[in-house]
Design a protein. Structure first.
Length: 730
């Protein structure tokens, strides 16, 4: 159940997170005769034993088939024996039967013990059973029972500690984990001596999935043979184990049923508890990707992890309650600082006077914001019952302020909004989609009176006109949009526009069928103390069912800057040398120093932005008699292990070689060319052209033709074996 209308739809996915904050307890005792540790003894009388069916009745006993129990009775139910062990056959959560072996209890048709006499004063208790626990619980193990002590000189004396271990061999004690502060195991009082003695175990997200419990003998100098060497009963599966897991309500589920403030889903197993209230849980929330609801941001997807971080950046808070509008930026004093440099030209004739050292002009790094503009306005829902087009306004989600630079014009088709025209845009939006809202709505119902109840913050609106149960337009739990309520004094107001243009949830309805003065009620936030006094003469109030109000979607695009562009802020001018569109960093080379909150204008791009952070650098050259310049290899020459290196022999396709393309063979033209045009130091080569000329007929027409042969072509598709006969001559 939600506090207000959740907006979820059937089949939406929700991820439930539940961390209980409640306390549960277990009673720990020891049996001297069998030397067993027993948990949560339960007692019942003769009326709970049915000798006809051999069934024992015990409300919400918590047993399951195969559990091993210790039976005690001063008047046993025959043929049961006092201080004997038996096994459970579960009938239901309130009844069970017994058998003498585990094998008999788990057969398809269990073999039960037939009870012939009901007896009286019965007690059954699980023997070192596995215990399932839920993270978030604080578990108290009551260790005040006298069976955990030895009487010495008439006084109860401590004889056991109740300990937890990380391993089933009970060798690695558990007191706390490495991730939580303090101890997660706390003892209160003295085991067996103090009447309220407990050992408390806090289960956190960092508690191991399994722990093991055991009674450990102490004060070994005391004569107490029956309490030495307690037996761990290995007939019990997962004996002495604490199994710690998350609540069964945790997970991702599909919604199977919805109400205005409730929704249902199915879980795959029986939960540990039927219900939780907000007071019983440390964490009780759900996360959804549904597009029809709103809420705070739960998680953020990283599109780039960055690099070079020495410490983990932290987002301390996000001021968003609607799941939109957050701008997350990671600031650092090291980003943009000069790490290394190289001198391309050392210059000369600089003065040796250090008081007139030349300075270095380094670019300023400016982080920009509010540099987006509206690209389009679409209509999600045209609303209904409009008499005139509403006024569409744009609200900055970061500041919550109305942007009065933007002017729009809406049009109706019938009684619904069909188009929104952007008459004047802005260049100063934050890089997150703004909220776009229809105001001055002419649909809905006029308000003629208003009353406010201080303390509960309930607002009752009295409506004009008369209604029947079928014509009354409002439904309990749904949302309304309220506007144009006038007040005659200072106050926070009653309109949706006074509270970030958000609708209110209907908390009360009164149709007053057949008469006037029907009402609809809603609540203001508990932080509101003075909304003001309603003024009828200055009010033209109207309340509209929120589903009748037109809704819109809006697209934005960031302004861009170009490298080499001149930018200015009034009298300060600089040149752009770098622009990072993703992170909104601008590198500017300038003799002026730009300041935070100044408006930056691009001369050629016409882009506008606000400076939110500046990194400036002051640096000078050091003058000396010499300068060491480290530049590395300028060429690859001489690196013998480089695959592109080659021996200079002027062969074909190498340096200092050339080739002549001709139908004349190389041996024919070599000597004439070498003696007439050969370049000294070059090798020459030939590319011989083979030329074929077709014959002609008596009209000098070529006889060359292309045809298809009818001869069968024989193709060898697979060569299996070739045998070569060779003769060796000596």
């Amino acid at each position: 159940m939600c506090k207000e209308n959740h907006g979820l739809l059937q089949n939406d996915k929700v991820s439930i997170s539940l961390t209980p904050g409640i306390t549960t307890s277990y009673q720990v005792e020891y049996d001297d005769l069998t030397k067993r540790t027993i948990i949560n003894p339960r007692s019942f009388g003769s009326s709970d034993v049915n000798t006809t069916t051999s069934v024992f009745s015990l409300g919400d006993h918590g047993f399951k088939t195969g559990d091993k129990i210790l039976y005690k009775s001063s008047d046993p139910a025959l043929p049961l024996i006092n201080n004997e062990t038996y096994f459970i056959i579960r009938i239901d959560k309130n009844s069970f039967k017994l058998t003498d072996t585990k094998f008999k209890s788990t057969k398809s048709i269990p073999e039960t013990i037939t009870i012939t006499d009901a007896g009286d004063d019965h007690t059954v208790a699980l023997i070192n059973p596995p215990i399932n626990l839920i993270r978030g619980y604080k578990v108290g193990f009551a260790v005040s029972d006298a069976s955990l002590t030895q009487v010495v000189s008439g006084k109860r004396t401590k004889i056991f500690d109740f300990d937890f271990f990380r391993d089933p061999n009970f060798t690695n004690p558990y007191f706390n984990n490495n991730n939580d502060d303090g101890f997660q195991v706390v003892g209160v009082g003295t085991v067996g001596v103090t009447t309220t003695a407990t050992v408390d175990l806090s289960l956190t997200n960092n508690t191991p999935n399994e722990l093991f419990y055991k009674l450990t003998p102490v004060n070994l100098n005391i004569d107490a043979d029956s309490k030495r060497n307690p037996v761990v009963d290995y007939d019990v599966l997962n004996n002495s184990t604490l199994k710690i897991e998350d609540s069964a309500y945790n997970g991702t589920f599909n919604i199977t049923g919805i109400g205005s403030t409730t929704f249902k889903f199915n879980i795959p197993k029986q939960p540990e508890k039927d219900t939780y209230t907000k007071d019983e849980a440390v964490v009780l929330k759900y996360v959804t990707s549904s597009t029809t609801t709103s809420g705070s941001i739960d998680s953020v997807e990283l599109t780039s992890k960055g690099r070079g971080y020495n410490t983990l950046p932290i987002v301390t808070s996000v001021a968003s309650t609607e799941g939109v509008g957050a701008i997350i930026r990671l600031n650092s004093a090291d980003i943009g600082t000069l790490r290394r440099y190289s001198i391309k030209n050392i210059g000369f004739d600089y003065s040796a006077d250090n008081t007139i050292q030349p300075s270095v002009q380094l670019p300023q790094i400016l982080r920009l914001d509010k540099l987006s503009t509206i690209s389009n306005i679409g209509i999600s829902s045209g609303g209904k019952n409009y008499l005139e087009p509403p006024k569409v306004v744009v609200i900055d989600r970061v500041t919550g302020q109305l942007n009065d630079e933007i002017i729009t014009k809406s049009k109706l088709q019938g009684t619904s909004v069909s188009e929104v025209e952007l008459l004047r845009n802005t260049n100063s939006l934050y890089d997150t989609n703004p909220k776009i809202v229809a105001t001055n709505n002419t649909n809905g119902v006029r308000v003629k009176n208003l009353s406010f109840t201080s303390g509960t913050n309930v607002v009752d609106l009295t409506l004009e006109g008369t209604f029947t149960s079928s014509t009354y337009p409002f439904t309990l739990g749904k949302k309304i949009y309220v506007e144009n309520i006038g007040i005659g004094s200072t106050g926070s107001g009653y309109n949706s526009s006074d509270y970030l243009y958000e609708p209110f949830v209907i908390t009360g309805v009164n149709t007053n069928p057949g008469g006037g003065n029907a009402t609809v009620s809603y609540k203001l936030d508990t932080l509101v103390t003075n909304p003001g006094i309603f003024s009828g003469p200055s009010s033209s109030g109207r309340v509209i069912p929120f589903e009748d109000v037109a809704t819109f979607n809006i697209g934005i695009k960031p302004n861009q800057f170009s490298v080499g562009e001149i930018v200015s802020t009034g009298d300060k001018v600089g040149t752009v040398v770098g622009w990072n569109e993703d992170n909104k960093y601008l590198k500017v080379l300038s003799n002026d120093t730009f300041k935070v909150d100044e408006s930056l204008n691009g001369r050629s791009s016409k882009s506008v932005a606000f400076i939110t952070q500046t990194n400036t650098f002051s640096s000078t050259f050091e003058i000396d008699s010499n300068s060491e310049v480290t530049t590395g290899f300028r060429k690859e020459t001489g690196k013998l292990n480089t695959e592109l290196q080659k021996i200079q022999d002027s062969d074909y396709y190498q340096n200092f070689s050339y080739s002549l393309s001709s139908p004349i063979q190389y041996d024919t033209w070599k000597d004439p060319v070498n003696s007439l045009t050969h370049v000294v130091g070059f090798k020459n080569f030939a590319d011989v052209n083979i030329v074929s000329i077709a014959s002609t007929d008596d009209k000098n027409r070529s006889k060359a033709s292309v045809g298809v042969s009818t001869n069968v072509a024989i193709v060898v598709s697979d060569l299996v074996l070739i045998t070569l006969n060779q003769e060796l001559i000596v």
